[in-house]
Write a protein that binds this ligand. Structure first.
Ligand SMILES: [Zn+2]
Length: 373
């Protein structure tokens, strides 16, 4: 029995699916309204004996893996890990290799660092500046918690010392990207192995996958300074181009609305969520990647783009739209009117912003309207 079968043998498809939709007993089977197409009478059937589902309306069918991949937008590997965790199966096959051990370490380090930064923002006197910054930008505490925002203290070795005290080795911490190697010359005289904190005196946004696992960080400067956003470098667990900020929070809303509102900035996401618009995620800048597009395409049919730049003039945005279009996603554009970005729009006129989303224009109409012909 391979590990997929082992996990599958311990999972009950009825129990899993009933977490997503109400089911009724129908003879030996269970029936419900299909989550993959819209219908008024149930044609979505689950067989507990065979541990499969089938929709007689749209034809979707498969086992518990297929169901979760489809409804959560997960890859096979994610689904396997998630289910294995749920039923307590240890995925041995991947444990012994050194690269997977390192990945596990990096996940632990990221999780712990995130907790550290959160504590500093939420409770520590050092976080006062960051608290004031957020409040001044109108972002209230429940949102800090929802997105696990944090604060990385000023000083050169706070994160480094915190993590070494928790038993992590300097090479592992360095591999996480949270510390940076000093120049050779100064390394000799340093006690900390020649590394210093990457994120210093910044507001911290943990960058998570769709399941909420912290994989990397972005740190925003709060006064003047460059760069405005500093990101974790690519590591064995983190790749900038594959994540969408806020997806873990937005996922269930995206599924419910069958739509994603795609914004550029992290603050746009925070403001929108605070204003009650839950299905919002941010891409980093305007250049969407294949991976981001694939994730969105699995979760919903429509992506409404709400970028603050002039879309028509922006090649990167056009490329993103092309990718979405190629992936079969229905692309719309939300008009921001006189506002420079969603954040500003929301702060001035929440209901206006919400109705702008409802009135989002089909991309082809948008291009024609904005073309200078
Ligand atoms: Zn169906």
């Amino acid at each position: 029995m391979d590990q997929k079968d082992e996990v599958k043998s311990k999972v009950d498809i009825v129990e899993i699916i009933s977490g997503y939709l109400p089911l009724k007993k129908a003879g030996r089977n269970f029936a419900g309204l299909c989550p993959f197409h819209s219908e008024k009478t149930p044609s979505f059937m689950i067989s507990p004996d065979r541990q499969v589902f089938k929709c007689f309306g749209c034809g979707e069918s498969g086992d518990v893996f297929t169901f979760l991949e489809k409804i959560e937008g997960w890859e096979f590997r994610e689904t396997l890990e998630e289910l294995a965790k749920r039923v307590g199966v240890k995925l041995e096959r991947f444990a012994p290799t050194s690269s997977s051990k390192l990945k596990e370490k990096l996940l632990e380090i990221s999780k712990l660092a995130s907790t550290f930064y959160r504590h500093l923002l939420e409770k520590h006197p050092a976080g006062e500046k960051a608290r004031q910054y957020l409040l001044k930008r109108g972002i209230k505490k429940p949102i800090w918690e929802k997105y696990s925002l944090g604060y990385s203290p000023a000083g050169w070795e706070n994160s480094l010392q915190f993590l070494t005290k928790r038993g992590f080795s300097i090479p592992d911490i360095a591999a996480s990207g949270l510390v940076v190697a000093r120049e050779e010359t100064s390394r000799i005289s340093s006690q900390s192995g020649g590394y210093y904190d990457r994120f210093r005196d910044r507001l911290i946004f943990p960058l998570k996958d769709s399941r909420g696992t912290v994989l990397g960080f972005a740190g925003r400067v709060m006064g003047i300074g460059e760069p405005k956003y500093l990101n974790s470098p690519d590591t064995p667990i983190f790749n900038k181009g594959s994540l969408l900020f806020g997806l873990d929070v937005a996922r269930e809303f995206i599924r419910k609305e069958n739509e994603t509102v795609l914004v550029e900035g992290k603050f746009d996401v925070l403001s929108a969520n605070q204003a009650g618009v839950g299905h919002v995620v941010a891409s980093k800048g305007t250049a969407l990647t294949d991976k981001q597009v694939a994730q969105l395409g699995r979760l919903c049919e429509t992506v409404s783009i709400c970028f603050d730049t002039d879309l028509a003039g922006d090649a990167a945005a056009r490329r993103g739209i092309e990718l979405l279009d190629l992936a079969g996603v229905n692309v719309k554009v939300v008009g921001l009117g006189k506002y420079k970005d969603p954040d500003e729009y929301i702060k001035t006129d929440v209901s206006g912003f919400k109705s702008a989303i409802k009135k989002a224009m089909n991309i082809y109409d948008y291009f024609i309207q904005s073309a200078s012909i």
